[in-house]
Design a protein around this ligand. Structure first.
Ligand code: SAM
Ligand SMILES: COc1ccc(-c2cc(=O)c3c(O)c(O)c(O)cc3o2)cc1
Length: 375
């Protein structure tokens, strides 16, 4: 126990060490944005890319000349990033010569900041730290107060004048940034699906990925399960710039009106963007698109645990299941009525859409797989 509860009075008396910890921890929140800003700066400068293409750790002078940066300022940026364990600093031991420079080396985390590659998360960082995605956060408390009226615009709309999807339609550059960010997540999530439960695709000869973005998920699924014909379905402005790939057809449309027919409908990171009634409408359209006997809907979404806050059990570091709670906050800031759902909330939405039989499977990702059957 980090604190004492007096038996008779039930007064919570924090212990000294908890108060000391709090005096330090408060700075995580005061300066919370600094880590994001410096990581964005590291991506824009191309620090990880320079070390990777150098092929071995680099001194400050090598790095500053490769990046065309002022060495003193870069030294301060690197000192911060090393302190946050994004890069490593290698000091040569047993070298008496104080002139011998220390070297900056890559870590598993800094490799995720490489601007390209299968595992890169750089675009996602750049998207979340872009002005249109950051501005809505200033409207979070106002949203929490007004959500009850349901007519109040989302923080994203207040900040940017349009909802996220209309904003993307009007700003092709932001749309590309958003779709490529979702593709960063799609790559890691589809890898986890294929590793953890590839059997969900057994016996399926066609899949429609509803709200499939630029088609990254379907491209990976069709590559791993070549017997499947894929239909990547999204808004017309999204599919019109999606990459062509073998076995995947791009179809533009509105999922509230129509979903192309296939053996299975796949929805990843889509239903959480919408409120219950909207999810029920989308799921009903999916139900019409799949065969009544052997069809299914495969959803890739968070299943939030209501009681995940037992501090005694929690690790200091962020855990995968905590990311779902972050994403739930993103849903308040960026969508009209989107939310991450608990098991009970999923059961309600599925039942209202006519799916009485479903199962949920955990994978090594922030998401779970929900398979729902029309019969
Ligand atoms: C959060 S993204 C998920 C993208 C993709 N499934 C993934 O996980 O990488 C939600 C997607 O839904 C699409 N979307 C939004 N409204 C839609 C609509 N009415 N009809 C079809 N797609 C829509 C967006 O364009 C976007 O690509
Ligand atoms: C696997 O890890 C992740 C998967 C998806 C996301 C994610 C989904 C979204 O729908 C979404 C969004 O709509 C949004 O506006 C945003 O800023 C981020 C975002 O992320 C994250 C992690």
């Amino acid at each position: 126990m980090a604190a004492e509860t007096h038996k008779d009075e039930l007064i919570w008396v924090p212990k000294e060490d908890e108060e000391e910890r709090a005096r330090v921890d408060i700075y995580k929140y005061i300066f919370g944005f600094v880590e994001m800003a410096v990581v964005k700066c590291a991506i824009e400068l191309g620090i990880a890319d320079a070390i990777e293409s150098h092929g071995r750790p680099m001194s400050l002078l090598e790095l500053s000349s490769a990046l065309g940066c002022a060495a003193p300022a870069l030294h301060r940026i690197m000192r911060f990033l090393v302190n946050r364990k994004l890069f490593k600093e290698i000091r040569k031991e047993n070298v008496q010569d104080s002139e011998q420079p220390s070297l900056y080396a890559q870590t598993a985390l800094s490799r995720l900041l490489l601007r390209s590659g299968e595992k890169s998360m750089a675009t996602f960082v750049l998207m979340e730290s872009s002005p249109p995605m950051l501005a809505p956060w200033h409207g979070l408390s106002a949203r929490v107060k007004t959500e009850v009226t349901s007519l109040a615009p989302s923080p994203f709309e207040v900040a940017n004048g349009k909802d996220l999807w209309s904003y993307c339609e009007a700003n092709p550059h932001h749309s590309q940034l958003f779709n490529e960010s979702m593709a960063c997540n799609a790559r890691v999530t589809v890898e986890a699906i294929l590793e953890g439960c590839s059997d969900v695709f057994d016996g399926i000869s066609s899949i429609v990925d509803v709200g499939g973005g630029n088609g990254t998920a379907l491209r990976m699924l069709v590559r791993a399960c070549p017997w499947i014909r894929g239909i990547n379905f999204d808004l017309p402005h999204v599919v019109s710039v999606a990459l062509k790939s073998e076995g995947v057809e791009h179809v533009g449309g509105d999922m509230f009106k129509f979903v192309p027919k296939a053996d299975a409908a796949f929805l990843m990171s889509v239903l959480h963007d919408w409120e219950d009634d909207e999810c029920i409408q989308i799921l009903k359209k999916c139900r019409e698109a799949i065969p009544g006997d052997k069809g299914k809907v495969i959803m890739v979404e968070c299943v939030i645990e209501e009681n995940n806050n037992n501090v005694e059990e929690k690790h200091e570091e962020l855990e995968l299941k905590d990311v779902g709670l972050f994403l739930d906050m993103v849903m308040i800031a960026h969508t009209n009525k989107g939310k991450e759902r608990t098991l009970e909330e999923w059961a309600y939405v599925l039942a209202q859409a006519g799916f009485n039989r479903y199962n949920i499977r955990a994978i090594n990702a922030i998401y779970s797989i929900i398979e729902a059957f029309p019969n």
